[in-house]
Design a protein around this ligand. Structure first.
Ligand code: COA
Length: 436
């Protein structure tokens, strides 16, 4: 018996099988040889929520959920947050290496060339009602960009891909700011290429009548750090969507729109908005214990707690707490922080949360910071999408260039009826047609 082989005995037939193990993993297709008869399809694995199934090989992001480790291309998230800018990290995630100063300047220049929206896209955004949820506006507008850039369909050309990637990263803040200003009927502010990525975003969001809007440098850096923390997170729900849709060779705009739709759900990127609603519902520190009890009794979840992969403190939540302190020196304390800290304290001491290894995740504190900076809660998930587009596109590109990847198409276990035949409508059970 080989060392890197798994021996299996099918008790139904008594037959033995050897299946190769690579990287601690067996290939599900190797189980197909296990059959009870020649016309049996062969053994499958059943894993409805990908609890223990690798869907790809990836060199982008490493997570050790038990130890609370997160690395992009091998670099610890803490080092990247401390030493790099968001666009520098975006370059790393997309290209595999940190840029030299020349590479970084070229990359920044490329992104800046693509920050503007086509005027017809602006008109498209104007068609939304004033109270449209920004996530719905974002998803639709990204999908609409597919009609503006039809050449994006040529996904096999690396140069073309690079251009669409830069376009998408560059336009996300512009779309977001336009969504926000649309709600208030404020005139849209065109991008200003003299500014950094985050300063430009803040300018498009908040500039009013002042001749020159000057972003607070502490807040601009805090936003940059938050963008770094959200840039990728290996095979999460939206990234899996990006890969699945992209595997059909759909263009990157519609694929990113689909990924953003997955992100919008409250169990994924939508959680940051839900945390704020939860803190509003709790109302004050004194009500925290009763709220935790309600959750333990099965009424709802603690939003911003728990993670499929992290069974230890989310390393991003730790950096976010530090970033929050910086932000509050400028904005003053967000009163919801007190409730959040009390919630964390009580939950981390509680047997229910300890037993299930439920810790605060990235969304627990990010909303409190965003709110203190002046963002409305319905924009929080959009703020998550701005940097995550980098991860989606890096993973999409990796998938397209992976010779092993094919169109994503899972199997199913059919649980419906066996073959049956159509009965005329007047003869069907309970039918009144033709009845006396
Ligand atoms: N509050 C209370 N209980 C929670 C919980 C939460 N936030 N998250 C998980 N649990 C409980 C589940 O009810 C389950 O309990 P049980 O074993 O008694 O049935 C147990 O912990 C395991 O949870 P499960 O739903 O199987 O975990 P998952 O890996 O499928 O889900 C999340 C992961 C993130 C979807 C889940 O933790 C969640 O819904 N969190 C809140 C939303 C959120 O913050 N999402 C952002 C993620 S970055």
């Amino acid at each position: 018996m080989g060392q890197n082989m798994l021996s299996l005995t099918d008790q139904r037939t008594g037959l033995q099988f050897e299946v190769p193990i690579t990287d601690g993993t067996i290939r599900a297709a190797d189980l197909k040889q296990i059959k009870t008869s020649p016309d049996d399809f062969g053994m499958m694995t059943y894993d409805p929520a990908f609890l223990n199934t690798a869907s790809c090989r990836s060199a982008i992001t490493f997570i050790d959920g038990d130890k609370g480790i997160l690395r992009y291309r091998g670099y610890p998230i803490e080092e990247l947050a401390e030493n790099c800018s968001f666009l520098e990290v975006a370059y790393l995630i997309l290209n595999g290496e940190l840029p030299t100063d020349e590479e970084l300047n070229d990359w920044i220049a490329l992104v800046k060339r693509h920050t503007m929206l086509h005027e017809t896209t602006k008109k498209f955004l104007e068609g939304f009602r004033y109270d449209a949820h920004p996530m719905g506006m974002l998803i639709s507008t990204i999908a609409a960009l597919s009609t503006v850039y039809p050449e994006a369909r040529d996904i096999q050309d690396p140069e073309n891909r690079k251009k669409q990637i830069a376009r998408l990263i560059a336009k996300m803040p512009t779309i977001t700011a336009y969504c926000y200003r649309h709600h208030f009927g404020l005139p849209y502010i065109y991008p200003d290429n003299d500014l950094s990525f985050t300063e430009n975003f803040m300018n498009m969001m908040w500039k009013l009548l002042e001749p020159k809007y000057v972003a607070n440098p502490i807040l601009a850096r805090a936003l940059d750090i938050l963008f770094i923390l959200h840039a990728d997170h290996e095979q999460n729900c939206s990234t899996n969507t990006m890969r699945a849709v992209g595997s059909s060779q759909a263009d990157p705009y519609v694929s990113v729109a689909a990924a953003a739709a997955a992100l919008s759900g409250p169990l994924h990127g939508g959680a940051n908005e839900e945390v704020l609603h939860m803190l509003d519902e709790i109302g004050s520190k004194e009500n925290v214990a009763a709220y935790v009890k309600k959750v333990k009794d099965g009424h709802g979840k603690l939003m911003g707690f728990g993670h499929r992969v992290y069974k230890n403190y989310d390393p991003r939540a730790r950096i976010i707490k530090w970033t929050a302190d910086q932000v509050f020196t400028v904005t003053g304390l967000n009163p919801k922080l007190e409730i959040a800290k009390e919630l964390e304290r009580i939950a981390l001491e509680d047997e229910y949360f300890i037993k299930r290894k439920l810790y605060p995740n990235v969304d627990f504190y990010s909303g409190i910071i965003y709110e203190a900076m002046g963002f409305r809660p319905d924009l929080f998930t959009v703020l998550f999408a701005i940097p995550r587009v980098v991860g989606w596109l890096a993973q999409w590109q990796e998938m397209l260039t992976d010779p092993e990847q094919k169109i994503a198409r899972p199997r199913q276990i059919y649980t419906g009826s066996g073959e049956r035949h159509v009965v005329p409508i007047d003869k069907r059970h309970g039918s009144t047609v033709g009845a006396d």
